[in-house]
Write a protein that binds this ligand. Structure first.
Ligand SMILES: [Zn+2]
Length: 154
């Protein structure tokens, strides 16, 4: 991609952030180019400074006014998304103990961990786990094990 008089429009927190910003700009018709933090864009006056060079989004100077508006919008959307992601995290998770049948509440930060039941000291799984045995959980009630055409009376 060849930019006309390229300037750095956005310094990103991560390569992912830079790519999102680039896609946002391009979706609005601004040609943009990401320089990831493991590349060098031409020569830098500072030489190699590990940990200081951050991924950046470069644009053409003629797009700079539009791009700065769009990037302000991008920053706002990103902040909103981060805020809603935090708001969606559960504060507490209710867990039904299989040993004693009592329900306990655990902090949302313990999602995906194994804790001890406060009632019977048995182990309980907090939050959602991948069930290792396929989709047989909560199977339908007509699963009697009888096979089609078989004779249940022996
Ligand atoms: Zn228990």
């Amino acid at each position: 991609m060849a930019l006309d008089d390229p300037i750095s429009a956005y310094i990103a927190e991560s390569n992912m952030d830079a790519l999102h910003a680039q896609r946002f700009l391009e979706s609005e018709g601004v040609e943009a180019y990401v320089v990831e933090d493991n590349e060098a864009f031409g020569h830098t006056f500072f030489g190699a400074l590990p940990g200081i060079f951050k991924p950046q989004v470069w644009i053409s100077r003629r797009d700079s006014v539009l791009a700065s508006k769009l990037l302000a919008e991008y920053e706002r959307l990103k902040a909103e998304r981060d805020a809603s992601r935090k708001a969606n995290e559960p504060q507490t998770i209710e867990v039904l103990c299989e040993d004693c049948g009592k329900t306990s509440a655990f902090a949302g930060s313990l999602n995906g961990t194994t804790q001890t039941c406060p009632h019977c000291r048995g182990y309980v799984d907090v939050g959602h786990f991948e069930w290792p045995y396929g989709d047989e959980v909560g199977g339908s009630e007509d699963a009697t094990g009888w096979e089609e055409g078989g004779n249940p009376e022996s």
